[in-house]
Design a protein around this ligand. Structure first.
Ligand SMILES: Cc1cc2nc3c(=O)[nH]c(=O)nc-3n(C[C@H](O)[C@H](O)[C@H](O)COP(=O)(O)OP(=O)(O)OC[C@H]3O[C@@H](n4cnc5c(N)ncnc54)[C@H](O)[C@@H]3O)c2cc1C
Length: 335
């Protein structure tokens, strides 16, 4: 690990510092180990060490790159501010763009099928969106206004533009990229009332957007893989299928219109099925056969369907490391 930051936590009791760090690590299942005089937490490829000997509790943060380092600084600021103490850092890049934020230009928008628009963005940081995470947050400034981008403040926290300058921030999936040529592509499922749908209908080549990430999981690592999802998951399913190693067995099931589902490149052992309607996704999950070991089941769709899928997966005996069920959007009415 090459990058490093340090901070003190003035006025915070050692037990409170320990409890705050343990509680913050829990939702990520981040491994915690007791070390002489403190605690070490492994997270996002980096490590946070809390030292409780001597004066005020102190933090040492190690990360594989600057992006993860400053993401950790922001997250730890939030954790300890909630515990009543603002960390005092040895270094703050005040005024810099928020960690992980790349500014890119729109190259093209084209309708690739009746339900999907493909957007190509170009920028010098394109290559880093091809590893460590499949997804990113698209930052769209309000129409007709010069963009104001999130930046690091004096405390090392990310400050987002607010009010009339607030950004629209939907999450998308990298569908394809060429790091050497400096572009990424993503597919927007066109739906009524969508801010990104509306943006993609009117945006001109050359417009500047923010792209924050990557994050949100990678290709499942198992000998047998099942992928199930709705239209919003199709780009992720397509990308995962293209990245799975040759010998993997399993199947993909997508609830999407027939004309929106091309014959996706995939390993010979992966079958591809179209599912008729989103409501058939959970029954498809209930029916699919999965082996007892060396398996991964991946499900992404509307939030309530994902909740139902999680219950099915638990009832079928899959452990946390063998499954993912993610809500990709929230329907206001019926799914
Ligand atoms: C990890 C992850 C990866 C994702 N990848 C993709 C991707 O590659 N391509 C993609 O198209 N989407 C993807 N999504 C889903 C996308 O982020 C949401 O659909 C998001 O709401 C789209 O923003 P918007 O500006 O179009 O709509 P918003 O302005 O956020 O929402 C406006 C209205 O549209 C409704 N709405 C939102 N999504 C849908 C939908 N799919 N169908 C019908 N109504 C909807 C909302 O309920 C709301 O009423 C992903 C989500 C996650 C969490």
């Amino acid at each position: 690990m090459t990058e490093h930051l340090a901070a003190t936590l003035p006025g915070l009791a050692p037990e409170a510092a320990l409890a705050a760090l343990r509680a913050a690590a829990a939702p990520y299942d981040a491994p915690c180990r007791e070390v002489p005089g403190g605690l070490a937490v492994e997270i996002w490829g980096g490590e946070v060490r809390l030292a409780l000997t001597g004066g005020a509790p102190a933090l040492a943060v190690f990360a594989p790159d600057m992006r993860i380092l400053f993401v950790l600084q922001d997250a730890l600021g939030s954790v300890f501010e909630a515990a009543g103490c603002a960390p005092v850092w040895d270094r703050v890049d005040e005024g810099a763009l928020a960690p992980g934020l790349a500014l890119m230009r729109v190259v093209s928008v084209r309708q690739v099928s009746p339900g999907f628009r493909r957007v190509r963005l170009a920028g010098p940081e394109a290559a880093r969106f091809g590893a460590q995470g499949l997804h990113f947050r698209l930052l769209l400034p309000p129409a007709g206004q010069p963009p104001e981008w999130p930046r690091i403040d004096a405390k090392g926290r990310t400050r987002w533009p607010e009010g009339a300058a607030a950004l629209h921030r939907p999450v998308y999936t990298v569908r394809a990229l060429d790091g050497a040529a400096g572009w990424i592509e993503f597919d927007i499922f066109v739906h009524e009332g969508g801010g990104a749908t509306e943006w993609s209908a009117g945006v001109q080549a050359g417009a500047e957007v923010g792209v924050m990430g990557p994050g949100g999981g990678w290709v499942p690592a198992a000998g047998h893989v099942t992928l199930i999802g709705d239209e919003t998951a199709l780009p992720a399913i397509a990308r995962i299928l293209s990245l799975l190693p040759a010998g993997v067995q399993g199947s993909a099931h997508v609830a999407v219109a027939a004309e929106d589902l091309p014959d996706l490149p995939r390993p010979d052992g992966m079958a591809l099925h179209r599912v008729e309607g989103r409501c058939a996704l959970v029954p498809a999950l209930e029916a699919v056969e999965v082996p007892a070991v060396d398996r991964f089941v991946w499900f992404a769709a509307e939030k309530r369907l994902a909740e139902a899928a999680r219950k099915v997966l638990r009832a079928r005996g899959l452990g946390k490391s063998e499954m993912m069920a993610a809500g990709y959007w929230a329907a206001e009415g019926e799914v």
